[in-house]
Design a protein around this ligand. Structure first.
Ligand SMILES: Nc1ncnc2c1ncn2[C@@H]1O[C@H](COP(=O)(O)OP(=O)(O)OP(=O)(O)O)[C@@H](O)[C@H]1O
Ligand SMILES: [Mg+2]
Length: 237
């Protein structure tokens, strides 16, 4: 099967600083993978390469068959349609209702979708994350956990084959973080590949999914699902 993400010898420098150093990585369709490592290890850099927010200094980044490393700006939307993104700070638009936030993501991705269809599909996505009754609320009227659910609905409403999340539970308490992880597990079970950068030791060790570890830009460990011991650097953080 074709990998959903493939990094081949990827290096990314910021000036003289090496943020990612000769990284090779393959993610299979439908897999849930954690990306861990100390602060500054290169996790966000790796996610930004997948979304082509940045390009590698050298090496290749393939996402669902698209060469992100050499993608021209006017083709970036082809890639973005295939990648849903969730951030630590939700990034919802404050003046739009939750359903409008989700619907807008669909319409930005595909200009042919009518308002009515976008709203119908946005409601389906909100129902899937357990917020079908909060479509008319504005982001500030929701809890942090609920806002993050809306952000997840927005990320998956176009049914992308890949979801990437950068510290999605960083602003949530542990109980809410666990609920969020259940949601990511459901999304992976529905067939979407999910890649989550996180510092949350508790969740990573208990979930026993694949864990990729970066340290100082290098991929130092790749543990398959079910093989997760307590990681030394995590235990001390
Ligand atoms: N725009 C930038 N300009 C210069 N250096 C950068 C830039 N973005 C990241 N870096 C550097 O690249 C390295 C990797 O940063 P990155 O943000 O990918 O780490 P991270 O693993 O996401 O860290 P954290 O856990 O704190 O979010 C760090 O040394 C960082 O200082
Ligand atoms: Mg980061």
């Amino acid at each position: 099967m074709r990998p959903i993400v493939e990094f081949t010898r990827v290096t990314r420098e910021y000036g003289s600083r090496i943020a990612l150093d000769d990284v090779c990585l393959r993610l299979e369709p439908g897999e849930l993978t954690f990306l861990v490592g100390p602060s500054g290890a290169g996790k966000t850099t790796l996610l930004k390469l997948i979304n082509r927010e940045i390009r590698p200094t050298s090496g290749e980044v393939w996402v669902d068959g698209i060469p992100a490393h050499r993608l021209k700006t006017h083709r970036v939307s082809d890639l973005r349609r295939r990648v849903g993104v969730v951030f630590q700070d939700f990034k919802l638009l404050p003046r739009l209702t939750t359903i409008e936030n989700v619907a807008l993501a669909l319409q930005v991705g595909d200009l042919r979708i009518s308002d009515g269809e976008a709203m119908d599909r946005a409601l389906d996505a909100l129902e899937a994350v357990g917020l079908g009754d909060r479509g008319k609320a504005f982001p500030h009227q929701l809890s942090g956990g609920q806002q993050q659910r809306v952000a997840v609905a927005r990320a998956v409403v176009a049914q992308p084959p890949l979801l990437i999340a950068d510290e999605p539970t960083g602003n949530l308490d542990l109980d809410t973080a666990w609920e969020m992880m259940d949601l990511f597990r459901d999304i992976a079970a529905w067939g979407t590949s999910v890649l989550i950068a996180t510092h949350n030791v508790e969740i990573v060790t208990r979930l026993q999914r694949r864990v990729v570890t970066l340290v100082q830009g290098r991929l130092v460990r790749d543990q398959p699902a079910g093989a997760i011991g307590r990681m030394a650097w995590l235990a001390s953080s």
